[in-house]
Design a protein around this ligand. Structure first.
Ligand code: FES
Ligand SMILES: [Fe+2]
Length: 455
């Protein structure tokens, strides 16, 4: 591996293909991205009661997220301090203690070492149990139902980390009273792809929709999305926005207030729900978000590996397993205020479109795996890839935080994703990461408060 700054170029939209295959660079990503950034752990609705736990990953580290007796949430490395074994094998559940299979050390839900077999006889009563608890994740915090963890004690607060992306997150998390919940099970899919490719595919790549998903669109599309057509023979650049410049976070948004439900064979119950509740949302979020964003097809990405698609109603995270493999975990999300029959229809539709055998997901999986495979040869790894569509055609847009390019078909958001990736890879610590929560447009840009006023 050569100097990391040679790997991407924001101004021209270039990425070296080595970033999808290089082992040393992958290890640097574990340290400087997954070891440093806030990572999605769970939705609070998954662990409502004390002792409820959910197992997930932070990078390649296995982590248990546990609701504590005082209702706060803790997260601990799922590795026994004695000889390293996992102390929890279940994916989720409720536990009074986590007892290691190997020699029987048992840990309380707060991570402390509660009991050790033969403690008096074999350790002669000399084991200081306070030194051998499960290792806690340095920071754990929630934002409106989403629980995040961060290994870096020097990281900014979660609120600051999310920054202006909260303006867009709230369109899903805070539109309706009661907020959101996850329903159904975790859908886990193994994919032979580098973790960055599915993130960029969803964060900004409206270009592939009408082409890669032409068959799926023909099968299930019932409403227009910003003029995107099967075969990409037309487009409406006024109909959507590519919103980036949010410290790696981004949003892709149609502006019609309904197209999130375009891929439902029968969208009527969803459209009725939107109509019945739009006034409530406008009251809570203002006119701009209530009319233009809530209900629209919007893809929200929280750097590095969390994506939410309200309307299609899934939430997804990608767990890297080496440079060329991921586990993709998907959940169905609903607003708690949605009627049960609508929630059931959403779960069905998510399985049809973006489930493990979903129409859209299988198109994507194949393309992403091939892009990874075709970038790790001796010769191809020396070549570049390009997100150079509409370079330089972005700017402020009244009411919306971020640096914004017109249309859903743009490679603007991908460029910003790789820019943030590069900034983290180049920095030895948070102190060297360019100031977070600062809009790259500077003083003239819209703050969240200004946007609310404008709305
Ligand atoms: S490895 Fe867990 S008790 Fe020994
Ligand atoms: Fe796709």
């Amino acid at each position: 591996m050569t100097g990391p700054t040679q790997f991407t170029d924001f101004a021209t939209g270039r990425q070296s293909r080595a970033i999808f295959s290089d082992e040393a660079l992958y290890r640097l990503e574990m340290e400087r991205i997954f070891g440093r950034c806030w990572l999605f752990l769970a939705h609070e609705s998954q662990i409502p009661r004390p002792g409820d736990f959910f197992r997930t990953f932070m990078g390649e580290d296995d982590v248990i997220v546990i609701r504590q007796r005082d209702m706060t949430i803790g997260a601990f490395l799922n590795s026994c301090p004695h000889r390293g074994n996992r102390v929890c094998r279940a994916d989720r559940g409720n536990a009074k203690a986590f007892t290691c299979n190997y020699h029987g050390w048992a840990f309380a839900p707060d991570g402390s070492l509660a009991s050790v077999p033969l403690e008096q006889e074999a350790y002669f009563g000399e084991l200081d149990k306070s030194r051998f608890g499960l290792v806690p994740v340095a920071q754990v915090a929630s934002y409106k139902g989403l629980v995040f963890g961060c290994f870096d004690p020097a990281a900014p607060s979660l609120e600051d980390y999310l920054g202006d992306a909260k303006f867009y997150l709230d369109v899903w998390l805070d539109a309706m009273p009661g907020g959101t919940a996850l329903i159904g099970e975790t859908q886990k899919v193994d994919l032979e792809t580098n973790w960055k490719l599915p993130v960029e595919n969803v964060c900004g790549d409206g270009y592939h929709l009408g082409w890669a998903h032409a068959g799926a669109m023909r099968a299930v599309q019932t409403m227009d999305i910003a003029g995107l057509t099967v075969g990409n023979d037309s487009i409406d650049l006024e109909g959507g926005l590519s919103i980036a410049g949010l410290n790696g976070h981004s949003t892709l948004a149609a502006l019609d207030g309904v197209s999130g439900y375009s891929f439902y064979p029968d969208p009527k119950p969803m459209l009725d729900y939107l109509e019945a509740n739009r006034a409530t949302v406008i009251e809570r979020l203002g006119r701009l978000r209530g009319e233009k964003l809530w209900g629209s097809q919007i893809n929200i990405t929280i750097f590095p590996n969390l994506q939410l698609l309200p309307g299609l109603n899934w939430l997804r995270t990608y767990h890297p397993k080496g440079p060329g493999r991921i586990e993709q975990w998907t959940w169905v999300t609903v607003e708690r205020a949605m009627p049960e029959s609508m929630q059931a229809a959403i779960l069905d539709n998510q399985c049809l479109t973006f489930g493990p055998a979903g129409l859209f997901d299988n198109d994507d999986g194949d393309n992403l795996a091939a892009s990874t495979e075709q970038s790790r040869g001796w010769r191809t790894a020396q070549m570049d890839l390009h997100t150079n569509m509409a370079v330089g055609r972005s700017g402020p847009r009244e009411g919306f935080p971020g640096d914004i390019a017109q249309g859903l078909v743009s490679e603007h958001n991908q460029r910003y994703f790789y820019r943030r990736w590069q900034e983290h890879i180049d920095a030895a610590s948070w102190a060297e990461v360019p100031a977070y929560n600062v809009n790259p447009l500077g003083a003239g840009a819209q703050s969240e408060a200004a946007a609310r006023d404008a709305a």
